[in-house]
Design a protein around this ligand. Structure first.
Ligand SMILES: Nc1ncnc2c1ncn2[C@@H]1O[C@H](COP(=O)(O)OP(=O)(O)OP(=O)(O)O)[C@@H](O)[C@H]1O
Length: 285
C-alpha cells in the first residue's frame, strides 16, 4: 500500500547498467515509502544494488525504470534536499575542517562569516568544538567522518543518504559513531537511508530495515525494528536485539555466503589471469 504522506517514495525503481555491449541489472521493481524523519537501513548481499539505490535517490544516476519522488516531486538530479555520505570521508586536505564543512554553503553563495558560523554550530553538534582550524590530516578516522557528516548536514538536507559511513572505522569508534549518529538524528529529525553490511548496526540504528535479494536487488522484506528509543549500547545485549539480528540474518545468510564464494572465485580467476597476462606482458583486470 502506498502511503500518501511519505516524504520519500520509490516506485517500481530499477537500474540496468549497460557497458561495452553487456548489461548488468542491479535493481528491479523497488517500491518503498519512507515517512519524514524515519531511519531506514538497507541490507543485502554484496553487489545486490545497495549503493546503486542510494545513487538513484541522490539523483547521481538516472533510473532505468520507475521513479524517486521527494515531497511528491520527481528527483531528476542531485539537489540540496539530499546529501550523500560515503565510507571514505572525501575531505579536501588543503581546507581547514571549518572550510570543509562550509564548502556547500560557499557554493550556495553564503558569506565567509555565515559559513564560519554555521560550521562552528555543526562542529559542536558532531562533537568537534575547537577543531575548526585543524586540517583533515590532523584528525583520526572517526573525527574525519564526523566532519563529513557535519558537511552533509550543512546544506540542511531533508534526506541523509549514508553509504556504509562507518565501515572504515575500528570497532570501538564505530560503536561510538553509531551512538553519535542517533543523537544527531534525534536532534535534527532527518530522514535517513543507511546502507550497511552489518546487521547489528542496522538493527541498532533503524526504525525499519529493507532486506534486498541478491542481484538484481528486489525488496525481499521490510522489517519493523520494535526496540524502544532512545537506544543506548545496553540495548545490544537484550534478547530482543538478538532476536531482530537473527531474523534479518536468516533472510540474507544464504545469499551472503554465495556472494562471498563468488567473490573468492572471481578473485582467484583474476589472480590466475593476471599471472598469465604477466607472462605475456599484458595487464588484465
Ligand atoms: N557504473 C556501473 N557500471 C556497471 N555496473 C555497475 C556500475 N555500478 C554498479 N554496477 C554493478 O551493479 C551491481 C550492484 O552494485 P552496487 O555497488 O550497487 O552493489 P552493493 O550492494 O552496494 O555492493 P557492495 O555491498 O559490495 O558495496 C554490481 O553487480 C555492480 O558491479
Amino acid at each position: 500500500m502506498s502511503d500518501a504522506s511519505a516524504k520519500l517514495r520509490l516506485e517500481n525503481l530499477g537500474k540496468t547498467f549497460r557497458r561495452e555491449g553487456s548489461e548488468v541489472e542491479a535493481l528491479h521493481g523497488i517500491d518503498l515509502d519512507v515517512p519524514a524523519g524515519e531511519f531506514v537501513s538497507v541490507v543485502g548481499a554484496s553487489g545486490c544494488g545497495k549503493s546503486t539505490l542510494l545513487r538513484l535517490v541522490d539523483g547521481l544516476i538516472p533510473a532505468t525504470t520507475g521513479t524517486v519522488t521527494l515531497h511528491g516531486r520527481p528527483v531528476r538530479g542531485p539537489g540540496q534536499d539530499r546529501a550523500l555520505v560515503f565510507q571514505q570521508d572525501r575531505l579536501l586536505p588543503w581546507r581547514t575542517v571549518a572550510r570543509n564543512v562550509g564548502l556547500g554553503l560557499e557554493f550556495h553563495g553564503l558569506s565567509k562569516k555565515e559559513c564560519a558560523a554555521k560550521a562552528a554550530e555543526l562542529l559542536d553538534l558532531v562533537g568537534l568544538p575547537g577543531f575548526a582550524d585543524a586540517y583533515p590530516h590532523e584528525l583520526s578516522g572517526g573525527m574525519r567522518q564526523r566532519v563529513n557528516i557535519a558537511r552533509a548536514l550543512a546544506v540542511d538536507p531533508d534526506v541523509l543518504l549514508m553509504d556504509e559511513p562507518f565501515a572504515a572505522l575500528d570497532g570501538q569508534t564505530r560503536e561510538l559513531m553509531q551512538g553519535e549518529l542517533l543523537r544527531i538524528w534525534a536532534q535534527r529529525a532527518k530522514t535517513v537511508l543507511f546502507v550497511t553490511h552489518q546487521v547489528d548496526e542496522a538493527v541498532y540504528l533503524s526504525d525499519r530495515i529493507v532486506v534486498l535479494t541478491a542481484r538484481p536487488g528486489r525488496v525481499r522484506a521490510v522489517l519493523d525494528v520494535t526496540l524502544p528509543r532512545p537506544r543506548t549500547l545496553a540495548v545490544k545485549r537484550s534478547p530482543e536485539f538478538a532476536r531482530h539480528v537473527e531474523h534479518v540474518w536468516s533472510l540474507i545468510e544464504g545469499e551472503v555466503r554465495q556472494s562471498m564464494e563468488r567473490e573468492l572465485l572471481a578473485g582467484r580467476r583474476d589472480e590466475t589471469r593476471s599471472r598469465e597476462g604477466g607472462e605475456h606482458g599484458r595487464t588484465v583486470g
